[in-house]
Design a protein around this ligand. Structure first.
Ligand code: SF4
Ligand code: SF4
Length: 355
């Protein structure tokens, strides 16, 4: 695709031009920190944000989403007939501005999870209607980020447009044809010249020393480390500390487990099936018929989460289940972190770097 540029002072005009045609969302300042939210006017958009409490996954997989309505009504012959109608509520053309590279990696994983095997029509409907506009991270959000370790410091091919701040201009890579059209229809962008592309190269190479590494091992070693450490003492220690609150999974851009609930109206004839975010850290998550709980202890649940992040999801989808965004570290009240856990496991297993 093509590389464009536009002056930074035109950003407001770009957003303004999009507003009549699209729902525009992006990072805004709130009393709790930054959050992705609806943009009503360009000055709300904070592209220089650190990170948001929740990732943009909520626009693809809402916290609560009705999948279909059902009713049990008599047909023309008076026989009971179950009528099921899919619901695609609030699916509208949406532009998400300012997605960091870690969160784009989260979207790349979701694209696999919800499209491989059974295609999730609800996810697909939202995804198809959503333009992703990324912003290149030139410095870490804060000390909890470990995107460099996880290889998510570069933009994966899920964006429609990807912007890099190169001083007075944004350089914009058009990742899709529809993204290119969105740009050209809404802002006076020009093709980047050879010297602009060289400047972009300088900006991109200058950013790497700003990011530190936090893991004692390479990300490619985490599946074997977790295999080796399945019976480590560490899990009991973490289980003792964990509050089983589920905050870590709620804020995670790669967690996608959900509960499915049927909600009946007062006649018990009509209702809706909804899916709602769930958390493997909650005791009820693994509670099944007969009162059996196949992950009763907190130790087993903490281990399961880390196993999914560093091993299981990769086995199924080919990508690690952690983007290094650091949100679970910020959210956890007892300081259970992914780098801390993997490093402690490496110590317990007495691995040397490079093992
Ligand atoms: S496990 Fe934690 S650091 Fe990794 S993607 Fe999820 S929230 Fe981010
Ligand atoms: S946020 Fe921390 S305390 Fe809460 S469930 Fe996750 S690891 Fe446990």
């Amino acid at each position: 695709m093509s590389l464009y540029m536009f002056p930074k002072e035109k950003l407001a005009a770009f957003v303004e031009a999009l507003l009549p045609n699209y729902r525009v969302v992006g990072p805004v300042q709130t009393e709790y920190g930054y959050a992705f939210d609806d943009i009503a006017s360009p000055e709300q958009l904070q592209l220089d944000y650190t990170t948001t409490v929740l990732p943009p996954k909520k626009y693809f997989l809402p916290q609560r989403e009705v999948l279909f309505n059902f009713s049990n009504e008599a047909d023309d012959q008076g026989q009971p007939h179950l009528d099921v109608r899919p619901v695609y509520a609030d699916v509208e053309p949406t532009v998400i501005f300012g997605v960091h590279t870690c969160d784009m990696n989260g979207i790349m994983l979701y694209d696999k999870v919800f499209a491989e095997g059974y295609k999730d029509e609800h996810y697909a409907a939202r995804r198809e209607q959503t333009y992703v506009i990324g912003i290149e991270c030139l410095r870490p959000c804060d000390s909890a980020a470990f995107c460099k370790d996880m290889g998510t410091l570069t933009a994966p091919p899920v964006y429609d447009l990807h912007m890099t701040d190169v001083g007075d201009y944004y350089m914009v890579d058009a990742g899709t044809g529809r993204g290119e059209q969105l740009l050209l229809d809404h802002v006076p962008a020009t093709m980047a010249r050879k010297e602009d592309i060289q400047q972009l190269g300088h900006v991109l190479s200058a950013k790497w020393p700003n990011f530190r590494m936090r893991l004692k091992m390479s990300k490619d070693q985490t599946p074997s480390l977790l295999t080796l450490g399945y019976r480590a003492k560490l899990w009991e220690e973490l289980g003792e500390k964990c509050l089983a609150c589920g905050s870590c999974t709620n804020v995670c851009p790669t967690c996608f487990c959900f509960d499915v609930q049927d909600e009946l109206d007062i006649t018990m004839e009509n209702g809706a099936r909804a899916r709602i975010w769930d958390s493997c850290q909650l005791r009820e998550f693994a509670l099944v018929a007969g009162g059996h709980n196949f992950r009763e202890t907190k130790a087993s649940r903490v281990r399961h989460r880390v196993m999914r992040k560093g091993k299981y999801i990769k086995q199924v989808h080919g990508l690690l289940g952690c983007t290094g965004c650091g949100r679970c570290e910020r959210a956890c009240l007892v300081d259970i972190t992914i780098p801390g856990t993997l490093n402690a496991l490496s110590d317990e297993m007495q691995l040397e770097p490079g093992d």
